[in-house]
Structures are given as C-alpha cells and as structure tokens.
Ligand binder design. Sequence first.
Ligand code: ADP
Length: 542
Amino acid sequence: MASLKSLQEIPLDLILINTPEYIYWKNVDSVYLGCNKNFARMAGLQQPKDILGKTDYDLPWTNKNYAELYLQEDGYIVQTGHAIHKNEILLETPQNEEILLSLTKKPLFNEQGKIIGILGIYMDITLRKKMEELQQAKLTAEAANVAKTEFIANMSHDIRTPLTGVISMARILEERKQDPEEKQYAHWLHESGEQLLDLLNGVLDVISAGNLTEQDVHEEHFSLRENLRAIERLEVPAIKAKDLELRVQVDEGIPDNIISDRIKLHRTLLNLLGNAIKFTKKGHIILSVKLVELRGKDVKIEFRVADTGIGIPPELQDKIFDPFYRVNPTYKGIYRGHGLGLHIAQRYVALLGGEIQMKSKLGQGTVFFFTLTLKLAEPLAVTHQKTRESALDKMELIAEKKIKSNKTPRDLPTKEMPHLLLVEDNFMGLKAIEMLVVQLGYRFTSAMNAEQAFALIKKTDFDLVLTDIGLPDNSGIDLTRQIREWERNLSNKIIPIIGLTAHAENQVKTECLDSGINEVLSKPASLEVIRMVLAKFLKNKF
Ligand code: ADP
C-alpha cells in the first residue's frame, strides 16, 4: 500500500480542476470565482483562470437572454437557499458539438451557515441518453418480434388445421377409390397437399430456426443406434423406389446412450439423407458415424452422409446453405424442394456446437459432414430397452397384419386391443386420426370437446388419450391438467396422454409437457409416427 504522505501530496484543487464534470462557482452577486478545465472549455475560455471576475454577460457561450435567466436563478438560490436541478439541457459547445447536460446549482454555505456563493455542476448525459434510447429501441423491437412470432404461430395453426384436413381426406380417398382415374386424381390432390404442408413447415422452420438460441436446445437421453435405425426405416421406401443402396456404418466404440437434442440431430440427418437420395440416380448412400474421441463424460463423433449423386458445381458450393437457394430450381428440372433443408441443418448443427461442411465433385458425388461433442449418459436399464424394442417390433408386426387384412375396427378382435380416447374438434381431423388408429388395429372412442372427453374418461378405462391441443371449450392442456388432478385425487393409474398440435414452436410444446402431457406430436402425424408413439406408451399391453 502507498504511504499516506504521498497520497496527501495531491492538491485538492488539482482534483477539482480535472474532474470530468463541468464545475463552476460564483459569489452571491453572480460573479465567477472559478471553474474547472471542462467548464472553461465548454464556456469557450482558454483556461480556468480566465473566468475570474466575469459574469454570464461576459461569457462567449451565453447570449443576453440566457445571462438574464441565469442571474434570476442565482438570485432565487441566494434568497431561498434551495438548489435548482435541470435535466436534459441541449447545448452546442464552441467546438460545435451537441451535448446533453443535467445541471445542479446549489448554494455554498460558510461555516456559520451563511450563503457565500453558488456552486454549479453540469454532467454530460449524452451517452446515457443514447443508451436509454437504444434500450428503448431494443424493447420496441423485441415487442415487435414477439408480436411477429405470435402472428406466425397463429397463422401456422390456422393454415395447418384445414390443410391437414385436406391432406387426410385426400389420403383416405386415394386409399378407397377403386376407379384408376379417380384414384390418380386423389393421389395428386394428396401429393399437392403434402407439398404445400412441406413448404409451410419449411418456411416456419426457417423462421423459428432464425430465432433459435441455445435455450431452444432440448437435451434428452436417447439411444443413438435406435435413432439411426428409425432414420433408416424412414428412408428405406425412397431408397427402394430409386433402386439405391443405403449403408449405415456406426463405429462399434461409440457408446449408445448419449445426451443431446435428439430431434435436432434427427432432423439434420434426415435432411442430409433426403438430399442424398434425391440427388442420386444410381449407386449408394453411406451414413457413417465415426468415433473421433472418447474423453471422460464426452464423446466426439463425426457424422457423414456421402452419396454418388450429381454433385454440386464448385462455384455454387458456398451458396447452397442460403435459405431458398437451389442449384436446380423447379423451372429447370426434375428435383423438387424449397431450398430450406440445408439452411435448417446448418443452423441446428451450429446450435449443437458443430459446423456443417461439405465436399463435392460434379458428376461423382457429395459428402456432408460435421463433428459434435455429445455427453454420455448412464445406460438405460437393459430390460427396459429390450421391452421397448420388442414391444415396438411386436406392435409393427400386428399393425402390418391388420393393414394387410384390411379389416375395419368392428371386425378386429376387440377386447385385447388397447382402447384409446381420441379428442379432436375438427371433424376431418378426427376422421383422419380414427383412420390411422383403425389401421393400427386399436379400439377407440371419440370426443369432440374437452367436456365430453373428461366425462368419458371418468366412466371408461382407457389405455391412452390422444388429444388435440386447440379444443374449443378447454384446451388439451387444460384437459390434461383436469385429468391429472382427477387421477391424483383417486390415486388412479396414470393414463398416457399424447397431444397433437398444429403449432410449430417449442414454447407450446414445453407448455404441453409441463401440464402432464407425455408426448407432443405435430399435425398431421403420419402413420409411422403414431405407430411408434403408441407402441412406446402401450408397451405393457402386449
Ligand atoms: P432442397 O433440397 O429442398 O432444394 P436444400 O437446402 O436441402 O434444399 O439444398 C439446397 C440445394 O443444395 C439443393 O437444391 C441442391 O441443389 C443442393 N444439394 C443439397 N444436397 C445435395 C446433394 N447431396 N447432392 C447434390 N446437390 C445437393
């Protein structure tokens, strides 16, 4: 610590003279007795001592009107002993700068309490004001953003609901029509609807992906291999249709139980794989998952999707991640798409802490790859995993049999099949879900609002509830809360509840899960998704 002596050597008036505020002092007759450097500069003087003996009438920065005003103020202070505060005084300095000041003028008392002068302190608040304005602009922009997001969410819901109805009905028509021409029309209708929904989902994904932050990363514990198998299963029909070969290679050393945002990883790989299939005419696609490093509780994994497809011209390779960019736009050729998949994949990988890269040779093929550091999880109990898998397999077999035998629910063996409660206010939406459930061979009872649903739940022993979230009377979220409350009071068994929502954003999903809904699906849920989810929650029924 420095000695007290050396500290005392700094004269007080030197501190005063150099303070960053603008300070002056006058006698009771408004004659300046001194000021600091900043005030002298602001008043257009060479140095502080130039102010001695001057009044406001003599200073270059004041005109007569101001000088009179200052004189009045000084008189008021001397007479009353009160201070004067002024905020936001805009001043042009002799250096032609505009500064915003706040001012405090107060009486100076001697030791006997007599007023002997006036002390004035100006503070430069230009920067503070700018910050406040910026803060305000930020708040306004944030409010506008919230309004925009809400608007998009509502639009999304309002477009999806009827569109889902159109698609589902077209799908039913396509399946039922016997006349080839009518079947074809229904097929086109179905396909166009799917494309429109795809575009809508893509646009919404881009909008929400743009707004995503690290808080939107939802980590969960899952089996990497099971997830890769699910992706493979989804792509098998497209692979077969194009007579390609799909190889999935996973390094044995990669632990299976990991923690990450499963959905984002799933979507990314699905987008890359979908592209690989789309842009490959013959040959193979390889999805490889390589172990880079296993360290402590982390595992570094490289994901690669390689194809033997058309490739991407070198000069366009840095554009393909831009939203809506496509090397072969629709008007040029045969490839469908909206140019959004890679943009979303890039965003998702970045959120997961990686960077998506690519290499491509025109006419030979393309490879997309990225490396992620994922957390390791304790293995799921082996028995649990096994039951889950075998329940899933069994379920799929049964569902397949039902589809093949093409029976209606009334023909199906009833008693042993799980009984579902379907809750959906949109008639077409309800019919579509009923169709799916029939295809999977379950029994069902339908309700078109929350009140009906709750009444049914109280008197029937359902195995699972599949409910729309946006019901007319009470939302699916409120219905779930009501059911959970009722279960708690009766110490009853807990019914799995699956929510179906046309809302795309995570916030709605989080709200659903918080209410006690076990899983949330986006509308329209495909047969495959419904099959998987039902199998997961009804595993004990087989
Ligand atoms: P989309 O596939 O819907 O057009 P993407 O954002 O997924 O949109 O891809 C953007 C563009 O990048 C594609 O239109 C295509 O031109 C090119 N591309 C992406 N993946 C591949 C690939 N595996 N092989 C060749 N070109 C590709």
